[in-house]
Design a protein around this ligand. Structure first.
Ligand code: MOS
Length: 742
């Protein structure tokens, strides 16, 4: 049975195809590397082939003599750049602070040492390969074994965790290791820089055009209005494209000297060297409980590697203090320097490796207690955030566990190792919880209701493929009843109102208040005109008695169809558009966080199949339940969690970047050698959103969903591996060598 569509039906919470989808599948979406400007030149960087030392000589004669070569940049001729003062998400933030070619010191393999610019990409590549470099080597350290000694900072503490641990009847004390992971979005990082004699335009693969602009203006020593950054479509980023990397400045220096547009596209190999990665982490988790499964002590210590010159903390303990109830807790963290390019945020930074450790430890504690791992979590559900004493804005973690268990069929699980079988395969079932903070950043937006019957909404945020274009259109549609195909969305350009980063799962929550205010103001302008424009059927009405719904202006007590299409109001009033603007503040120091603990929660249930005779392991089925507030677009939302689950299969079983101890280079630096999960590895997935609006956080109650799905899934899978095989893997990824012990 079908019902006629109701034009007043909510646009929020409706499964909606992405409005940018047709452009993408028809090849009409202009990605950064599609930009082709008249007179454009091509730049290819030269990277160091040692990981520590000094450049003693650079010879360009052969390269310069090659056909089509226009310029070779190096330390002697690149010109001046500045370091940014005080990383700030509002004014400029980088994970690699050193301007390119700033000194002769090499601190990691692949560090840029020269740039060749030529007529064609091929000519530039050939000339870059012909640059001869002399080095004075010093010993490098890319070791994956980290020892921070005693240099750990206390991140969170309550009670006396040492004594409670010593006195407890049941305890576990284990170490967990996660490897370096490389983001590997399919779209390569790229910059097209164009100095036109007056100002710069940068086409960038950026998850944060406003931040990129702020960084460039500081590092180039220019006022903001001289730098425009555009990033209209992205082939994903996973955090690797959040902050500017040095290649953007290389392209800037080249166009500055040549006064022609310069295109610089990184190779896949360079993407393993120069644009960040998730650092390797080592974590120790100590848990202690009473015989009936009440946690009495939780200690979580973590260390991550970082670059020689830059500080980067992978905050593995972010979720730990508020996840479970325990009177005694300590979380500590530290870093160790390595000769690697700077790590950076990668999907769920901190929480993803952190919850692999914590959730694995919870599984191990459940086994030590002979208790069901779901039941152990239910017994330790906190009433408030015990790290701060603050109430949760909205927490439905228990319901995530119960709903997931129900959908998965968890009650049929028999806990003995290898005890479950299907079709001749051994089954393993595991569970892992996830959490991610609710974040929001500052945003401005404008909305125009236009006389041609369309609307436009603009905000200088980006869409990394997750559905931001669609979300902005949905918010405008929700307030106006204008259908999505008549709403134009402008994103990804610093000439638009300031927008938030596409990061921290925060874009949606950041834009909601700004776009909502902007559209309300535009409607107010429209209704005021409707009330006082001659020739319309609202004679004698006050603006407050009118409303806009279903795309029609009408009296509040009447049906939309009885009113007038909004375009006709604008025509009658001789207006091109009724416009409004909105603005909202946010940030890491959001005052709301002084009153509320704001987090999303979830639970993954994973099934693996295991064939001992051939040591064949598959993740066959995953049920995920997510509590992330109101889901504005369940279709795009489900896609994000499904994508995260597939990425989680990769995290658990495949992904790891290996550094060659001899050269210091990431060796598996290609998509052939860095194995990610593909369609063939994709389990049967069932994603459920609880959909409780978090109205403390914003009027629509959405918290954001991008990153949370990758947290906890690896622990659910390794828990399932243990259940099937009896092998507990505490160092990711699970290797076939580990399973041969089964
Ligand atoms: Mo995400 S790591 O904040 O792009």
């Amino acid at each position: 049975m079908s019902t006629a569509p109701d034009i007043t039906q909510s646009f929020i919470g409706r499964p909606q195809s992405r409005i940018d989808g047709p452009l993408k599948v028809c090849g009409r979406a202009t990605y950064t590397t599609d930009v082709d400007l008249p007179g454009m030149l091509y730049a290819v960087p030269v990277g160091a082939t040692i990981a520590s030392g000094r450049i003693t000589s650079l010879e360009f004669a052969a390269a310069e003599a090659m056909r089509g070569v226009k310029l070779i940049l190096h330390r002697g001729n690149i010109g001046r750049f500045y370091r940014i003062s005080g990383n700030s998400i509002d004014t400029g933030f980088v994970d690699e602070n050193r301007p390119p070619f700033d000194d002769d010191v090499i601190r990691y393999y692949g560090q840029y040492i020269a740039l060749v610019v030529a007529d064609t990409f091929e000519a530039a590549s050939a000339a870059a390969a012909a640059v001869k470099v002399g080095y004075d080597r010093t010993p490098h350290d890319v070791s994956a074994t980290l020892d921070a000694g005693k240099k750990l900072d206390v991140h969170s503490e309550r009670g006396d965790p040492d004594r409670a641990f010593d006195d407890a009847p049941v305890k576990i004390d284990e170490n967990y290791v996660t490897p370096v992971e490389t983001h590997n979005p399919i779209e390569l990082h790229a910059t097209i820089a164009h100095w036109n004699g007056e100002s710069y335009t940068f086409y960038e693969t950026s998850q944060a055009v406003a931040n990129h602009q702020g960084t460039l203006m500081q590092m180039m020593g220019l006022p903001k209005e001289k730098v425009r950054v555009i990033s209209r479509y992205l082939g994903s980023g996973f955090g690797g494209k959040l902050w500017m990397w040095p290649h953007s400045l290389l392209a800037a220096a080249a166009t500055r000297q040549l006064e022609r547009p310069v295109k610089l596209v990184l190779s896949r190999k360079m993407m393993f060297q120069n644009v960040g990665h998730r650092p390797t982490t080592q974590q120790r988790v100590r848990l202690a409980a009473t015989q009936d499964g009440k946690l009495v002590s939780l200690q979580h210590d973590f260390v991550n590697h970082e670059a020689i010159d830059d500080d980067y903390t992978e905050d593995c303990g972010e979720a730990t203090p508020s996840m479970y109830s325990t009177p005694n807790l300590r979380v500590t963290g530290g870093t160790v320097k390595r000769n690697v390019g700077s790590p950076t945020s990668m999907r769920g930074p901190g929480a993803v490796p952190g919850l692999f450790a914590l959730e694995s430890a919870m599984d191990e504690l459940a086994i030590a207690l002979k208790m069901d791992p779901v039941e152990l979590r239910l017994r330790n559900e906190p009433k408030v955030d015990e790290s701060s004493g603050l109430p949760f804005s909205s927490r439905h973690f228990v319901e995530c566990l119960k709903t997931g268990a129900e959908k998965f069929g968890w009650s049929k699980r028999t806990p003995e190792i290898g005890s479950m079988k299907r079709d001749g395969l051994v089954l393993g079932w595991g569970v892992g919880a996830c959490s991610w903070p609710g974040l929001r950043f500052s945003a401005d937006a404008t909305v125009d209701l236009r006389a041609d019957g369309t609307a436009r909404v603009a905000c200088g945020t980006q869409d990394i493929g997750t559905g931001t274009y669609t979300i902005l259109a949905q918010i405008v549609a929700e307030h106006t009843g204008i259908p999505l195909d008549r709403i134009e969305v402008g994103l990804g350009d610093t000439s638009l109102p300031l927008g938030p980063v596409s990061g921290g799962s925060a874009a949606t929550a950041s834009v909601i208040p700004a776009v909502s205010d902007a559209v309300r103001e535009a409607i107010k302008t429209l209704l005021a005109r409707a009330a006082k424009t001659e020739g319309l059927p609202f004679a004698g009405a006050k603006a407050e008695e009118l409303t806009l719904s279903g795309g029609h202006v009408h009296r509040k007590n009447e049906r939309p169809e009885s009113g007038v299409p909004f375009a006709r109001i604008l025509e009658a009033a001789k207006l091109h558009a009724a416009s409004g603007s909105g603005s909202a503040k946010g940030g890491f120091d959001d005052p709301l966080k002084k009153k509320w603990s704001i987090h999303s929660f979830g639970a993954h249930f994973a099934e693996v199949t295991w064939q001992p005779a051939t040591a064949r392991l598959r993740v066959s089925r995953v049920v995920t339940v997510i509590d992330a507030g109101k889901i504005l677009n369940p279709r795009a939302g489900r896609n994000q969690i499904e994508g995260a689950v597939v990425m989680g299969v990769g995290m658990a079983l495949f992904e790891h970047t290996v550094y060659d101890e001899r050269s210091g280079a990431p060796v598996n630096s290609s998509l052939a050698d860095y194995v990610v999960a593909t369609n063939a590895d994709t389990p049967k997935m069932d994603v459920t959103f609880l959909d409780y609006p978090d109205t403390v956080f914003n009027e629509l109650g959405a918290r954001g969903i991008a990153e949370i799905g990758l947290a906890g899934i690896a622990a659910a899978i390794t828990g399932a591996v243990y259940h099937a095989t009896g092998v507990r893997v505490r160092k990711l990824p699970v290797m076939i060598e580990d399973l041969l012990k089964a």
